[in-house]
Design a protein around this ligand. Sequence first.
Ligand SMILES: Nc1ncnc2c1ncn2[C@@H]1O[C@H](COP(=O)(O)OP(=O)(O)OP(=O)(O)O)[C@@H](O)[C@H]1O
Ligand code: NI
Length: 326
Amino acid sequence: MKSKVLEVRDLTVHFYTYAGIVKAIEKVSFDVYMGETFALVGETGCGKSVTARALTQLIESPGRIVGGEVYYTSDKGRVDLLKLSEEEIRKIRGSEIAYIFQDPQSSLDPLYTIGYQISEALYVHKRVENLKDGIKKAVEILRTVLMPDPEKRVSNYPHEMSGGMKQRATIGIGISNNPKLLIADEPTTALDVTVQTQILDLIKDMKERYGATVILITHDMGVVAGMADRVGVMYAGKIVELGDVYAIFKKPLHPYTQGLLRAVPNPLVKIERLETIPGTVPSLINPPEGCRFSPRCPLASSICREKTPELVELEDGHFVACHNVG
Ligand SMILES: Nc1ncnc2c1ncn2[C@@H]1O[C@H](COP(=O)(O)OP(=O)(O)OP(=O)(O)O)[C@@H](O)[C@H]1O
Ligand code: NI
């Protein structure tokens, strides 16, 4: 039995906007096992990034985590990350749990060299005694992320690098403290196709080298097929299906997952957006009653419009939230 690094329970985040309360994610629950790649997949706006950020309390006003628990197990024991103080969670974030975001531009500070930024990440978490030692270590880290000419690149500013190099640098910052859990939010979406493959290979490589656990966020089923061990499919702020990657691709149970896969006849073909399912994603201010997918679902009946289906385990490790399956 594999051990659990994360146990996410009923995680709920709302945004208090002038237009109303955006119920961005509602009672999201999933586990992440040690050493695996867990993918969160779904259309734009379904709540993937909010989920990823909420795991370490990275939700800013007007957003608020209104419910749930995120149990994190390390050699120091098991804690609910949502109960930690700002200072305690900051210690974990960037060291044990690191993020790689979609846009390397926004994760890098234009005013400092890449070497300085890696060095600072190391210094803040007390991996090096001073920033100068950090710069030396930064060259090694840049070499690990296969940055060309790391001795030279270490003194580059972000604007002196290509998009792919910048993403390598942010991965370098991400892995600088040997994180146990790496959360990659669409790490390749902003990059050219060839660079995308290289960066995904790099993440795989880092994972193997350091035995890290990865949460990968993507809207691309091809990326899921190539990278994930297990998959959570999100729709309109909820997880609708959860299971082993083979089960999800071979025997998708939820009509939404089936739609997603029909939209990608060959999972190895890259597509930009999963928008081929008829209808549009519902408003999260006034989400549909009952199952949130019911307005778009070919199988929807009256119970679907009245009662929210629970996520239940139908087969070993394969969960689905649908009144029509089971
Ligand atoms: N600051 C905010 N204020 C109001 N609503 C927000 C805010 N941030 C996110 N949301 C809402 O939360 C919902 C989930 O957003 P999220 O960014 O998690 O989606 P996503 O699945 O990551 O989409 P994408 O694939 O486009 O990155 C969206 O409906 C969005 O409008
Ligand atoms: Ni996102």
